[in-house]
Design a protein around this ligand. Structure first.
Ligand code: SAM
Length: 251
């Protein structure tokens, strides 16, 4: 099993597959006060930038699990490049299956940034991560939220949602964590520049792929997507959608 090829086409050159730049990822690592040797599990770890840079900067140990074989290969290559392959490992696999079959030692930190569909939403993902967590451990959830409620379902779809109901506003999201029994103990939010960086890098990767792959079966689909991608971003995603990582501890 693997993710659809379109995701790899768009993000094959991304190190971070979410709207955080390297500075925000580094800030998140700093504000968590990670102890050397802390064990982190990252579900949907993408190209592994979080675990690799935190292993370098904070001497954590980590395991990443991701459904993309391409991104997992990139994560392994990055761990070697940064000299942290003894501290972090990456598996190609499905996150829920990993949790269901996991019988090892619990983790100090359990995270899922940008893939909360694995738990049918942020709260279900918190529950999933909790199954891997030591008592007193930290859960990290990266999740979009509406900066303002979209004026129409069409605007929500323009911002890559299937409906307005896909996401909460920031106050609703933070309140929902509390009502679910978790304290929000840290938070780092992306800003519109971070979104621009994440989205625009997709446009360039897609354009280069189109130039390199005439005749590919996905060519027309990716061409149609690129026709509208920049406009959709500035018209809908940029003004409407926020993104952040929330660090949670059980009350
Ligand atoms: C938006 S990216 C986020 C990646 C990474 N957490 C980051 O922030 O750079 C979503 C990731 O989820 C992975 N993914 C999607 N469905 C998954 C599943 N069921 N189990 C594990 N990984 C999954 C994709 O391959 C992709 O790497």
């Amino acid at each position: 099993m693997d993710i659809p090829e379109q995701f790899v086409i768009r993000e094959r050159d991304h190190r971070i597959h979410d709207p955080f730049g390297p500075e925000k990822l580094a800030r998140l690592g700093e504000v968590l006060g990670l102890a050397p040797g802390a064990r982190i599990i990252d579900l949907a770890s993408g190209s592994g930038e979080m675990l690799c840079t935190w292993a370098r900067d904070h001497r954590i140990q980590g395991v990443g699990v991701d459904l993309s074989s391409s991104f997992t290969d990139s994560a392994i290559a990055r761990s070697i490049e940064l000299g942290v392959s003894d501290a972090v490992s990456f598996e190609h696999g499905e996150a829920v299956a990993y949790v269901d079959t996991y019988k090892g030692e619990r983790y100090d930190v359990a995270s899922c940034l940008g893939a909360t569909w694995i738990g049918d939403g942020p709260l279900g993902t918190v529950d999933l991560l909790d199954m891997l967590l030591k008592p007193g451990g930290l859960v990290l959830v990266g999740e979009p939220f509406w900066r303002e409620t979209p004026p129409s379902e069409e605007a929500a779809r323009g911002a890559h949602a299937t409906s307005i109901d896909d996401f909460a506003t920031l106050p609703e999201l933070v309140r929902s964590f509390g009502e679910h029994g978790w304290d929000v103990v840290q938070m780092v939010l992306a800003d519109p520049d971070d979104w621009d960086h994440y989205a625009a890098a997709q446009w360039l990767s897609t354009r280069r792929w189109l130039d390199e792959n005439p005749g590919h079966e996905l060519w027309q689909e990716m061409r149609d997507e690129l026709d509208h991608a920049a406009y959709q971003h500035v018209a809908f995603t940029r003004p409407l959608l926020g993104w952040g990582v929330f660090a949670l501890m059980r009350r």
